[in-house]
Every structure is written in C-alpha cells, then in structure tokens.
Design a binder for this molecule. Sequence first.
Ligand code: IPD
Ligand code: CA
Ligand code: CA
Length: 269
Amino acid sequence: MKNSRKKDVFGNAKKWILEAGNIIRQKIDDPLEIDTKSNPNDLVTTMDKDTERFFVEKIKSTYPDHLLLSEEGFGDEIPSLEGTIWIIDPIDGTMNFVQQKRNFAISIGIYHDGIGEIGLIYNVMEDVLYYAKRGEGAFKNGKALMPLEKGLVLEESVIGLNHLWLCENRLVDEKIMQDLVKTARGSRTYGSAALEFAFVAEGVLEGYLTMSLSPWDVAAGMILVDEVGGVTTTIDGEPINLLTRNSVFVGHPDIHKRIIKDFISKGRK
Ligand code: IPD
Ligand code: CA
Ligand code: CA
C-alpha cells in the first residue's frame, strides 16, 4: 500500500474506531438484545451487529474498492486475500461485554494482498487504543511499545490460555498442558483474544495460546505483535491462514520456541 494512501486509511480507521467505541460507551447501560450462535455460550448482541454495520457503511462509502471480512455477516464473501481487506471484529469479548460491561475490544486489521499493513485494537471501556503500521512500530495511546526483551525464560513468564483446552478441542494432551501451566510463572485468561494479543505486544503477557480462533480475532493483533518482534503461528509453528479458523500461538520468540519444543510437540494429538 502506498504511504499517502496508508496514512489516509489509518487516519480514518483510527477516527472510526474511536467513534464506534464512544457510541458503545454511551449505550453501555441500555437494554441489550442477546442471541446465541453456535452454542448457548456463543453470544451476539444488537451492539455487535450495529457496530459492524457502522464500519461497513463508513468503509464502503469511503473506499468502494476495499473489502470487509467481519464476524457478524455484513461484510463480503472473501475467497482470497487479494486487494485491500478490512478484517473486523466489532466486539471481541462479547461474553465480557454482556456479563461484565468491560474487558472487550474492537479489532481492525487492514491487509493488502495478504500483507498486514495496519492494526488497531481498542479497549473500549478503558479508552486505550493500541495500533501499528507495518514497519513503523506499535503504539499504545500514542506511546511507542518497546521491542520485546531478549532472553526471557518460561519460568518467569505469564502465559494467556483459553481454558477450553480442558474440555474440548484437545489438540494437545492435557497432561502436557498441565506441565506447561506448572512450569510458567503464571497463566491468565482475559476472554478477548484481541486484548491478549495487545498484551503480548505490550510485553505484559509473554505468550497466548488457544485452540481455535477466527481471522477477525487475530488480524489486528498479528500486525501489532510483529512490529515489536513477536511471533504468531498455529500451535504447530505453521503460518496462520486468514481465510479460515486456526489454532493460535502468539508470543515472545524465545518463549514460543521453548513451548513448541518442550511441550506442544511432545503432547500433540
Ligand atoms: C471470542 C474471544 C475469546 C476467545 C473466543 C473468541 P468473540 O471472540 O476472543 O477470548 O476465546 O474464541 O471467539 O466471540 O467475543 O468475538
Ligand atoms: Ca472475537
Ligand atoms: Ca466478536
């Protein structure tokens, strides 16, 4: 993407994500219509849908040649990563949004011909905006995030885990996952993949490991993490395919290498 174009797209994406967040904050106590999708705990609200429609309308009227890959179905059918594609999760952490009214984010990753150009993750209730532009670093509320420190060890690391590995999608033997939890200094579950990626980029989580995520959960976060020297792959160390669901393992490069070598590769089912 040309630099002048990228600047303009970034400016609009930033303006729209803050605007959408502001609307959500204003309506946070309004009654919600809550539906379920694939299972009784897979929630969707009118706010998820309205927020997605807000972005579709802005993007389509400003950039008619751009495409949208988004969770709630108001975007385009995307058969390939050709062209400029906005990959959007209007609310990442809907369960937190419904149950806690906090700890959720809007996530926007903008890709051009499959290359991540711009990533934005907005922690709506805390009014914290993480963003990155390819080759220009990652930022938190305008302040540059530092490159991830070298030489970290797992024994002093905190790892984000989605505990669904305990009951389903057991891609890795539970015993090995238990060893991983016992070896790391600590483990955390925040309930918003986008925020967990942002925390890895910020260096407050050394890794985040989960068995199945969609493109909109990871698109923005991958760009942020890449800008500070982190790595995102499947749990087998393979590249993420943004056209489908993947297992996901993002982290500090030393921790990523160690967990794959000493844990996942030994317990892969
Ligand atoms: C979910 C969150 C959650 C992750 C789920 C995602 P949603 O996204 O990111 O942390 O564990 O797999 O589906 O449904 O709230 O947008
Ligand atoms: Ca999500
Ligand atoms: Ca969502």
